[in-house]
Design a protein around this ligand. Structure first.
Ligand code: MN
Ligand code: MN
Ligand code: MN
Length: 278
């Protein structure tokens, strides 16, 4: 079965509308899909999956970890659960506070209306660093977005403001209270040593987490093998997904990641009754 349990629509930072994303997934032969937008569930009301495609409601929440952040995917949630709508509002408020801090930190550059222009670029949600980068380029502070990050927004620069995300256990709690399973997203992308990654997965399990994303996007076979072993060691279920954002990522195919390694226990088993179609 072709499965893809990590994708983004234009309800967060993806390029396609939720319906277009479903159509692309169906055309790619995906049979079970989740749209896991960043901190919002607005893809789900009124969503009509095409024939042959089952959709497991999902979300990708940001959580605090040490000085940084990590991502937790929730799968099989009730997308209309009040706990999740409250959570989405709280996450949005955290993004707004961060955007205000970035604007304040960059005020010294003297760009007129920096915050307002970043907001206008961001559209529906609060502006993030790429929106600020675009305004800085427009204002002539940098030649392109890459340089804007290097000078003003990247690690250690004045616009690199931390986000006050909730604790891991809290995010896991929201997902489970909405009937879903909590998955530690793309574990190989946090640039951790083996020892620290093992510790993180242990913490995730201790905080009540259910599963590990054993395959994320294009990933080497040894990494997949290592993550499957980690899932087994910590008694976690296994998930997989493309983390698809846009058709412009021509190296990524919806549903092109599987299958899970032998011995991995699929996170979607037992969630059959929770798809949009049911
Ligand atoms: Mn994203
Ligand atoms: Mn992520
Ligand atoms: Mn993602």
């Amino acid at each position: 079965m072709k499965v893809d349990l990590h994708t983004h629509s234009n309800c967060s930072d993806g390029a396609l509308t939720p319906q277009a994303l479903l159509d692309s997934a169906a055309a790619a032969g995906v049979e079970l899909l989740s749209i896991t937008d960043h901190d919002v569930l607005s893809a789900y009301p009124g969503l009509r999956p095409p024939a042959g495609l089952r959709v497991l409601p999902g979300v990708e929440f940001s959580a605090a970890h040490g000085a940084g952040s990590l991502h937790v995917v929730g799968l099989g949630v009730d997308p209309a659960a009040p706990v999740l709508l409250d959570a989405a509002a709280r996450q949005r408020a955290a993004r707004e506070r961060r955007a205000a801090r970035i604007a304040a930190a960059l005020a010294v550059l003297g760009v007129p209306q920096l915050f307002e222009r970043a907001c206008a670029r961001a559209g529906d949600g609060p502006p993030a660093r790429p929106d600020f980068a675009a305004v800085l380029v427009e204002a002539g502070c940098a030649s392109d977005a890459k340089q804007a990050f290097k000078r003003y927004l990247g690690p250690g620069r004045r616009g690199d403001q931390h986000s006050d995300w909730p604790a891991l256990a809290e995010v896991i709690g929201w997902i489970q209270a909405a009937g879903g399973r909590a998955v530690l997203a793309h574990p190989a992308r946090y640039s951790l040593t083996r020892t620290r990654l093992n510790r993180l997965v242990g913490e995730f399990r201790a905080a009540g987490g259910d599963a590990l994303e054993v395959i994320s996007g294009r990933q080497s076979a040894p990494i997949t093998h290592m993550l499957a072993q980690l899932a087994t060691r910590h008694d976690l279920l296994a998930s997989l997904g493309s983390d698809f954002h846009s058709p412009a990522q021509h190296w990524l195919r919806l549903g092109g990641q599987g299958p899970l390694p032998a011995g991995a226990r699929p996170v979607w088993e037992g969630l059959e009754g929770r798809t949009v179609n049911d």
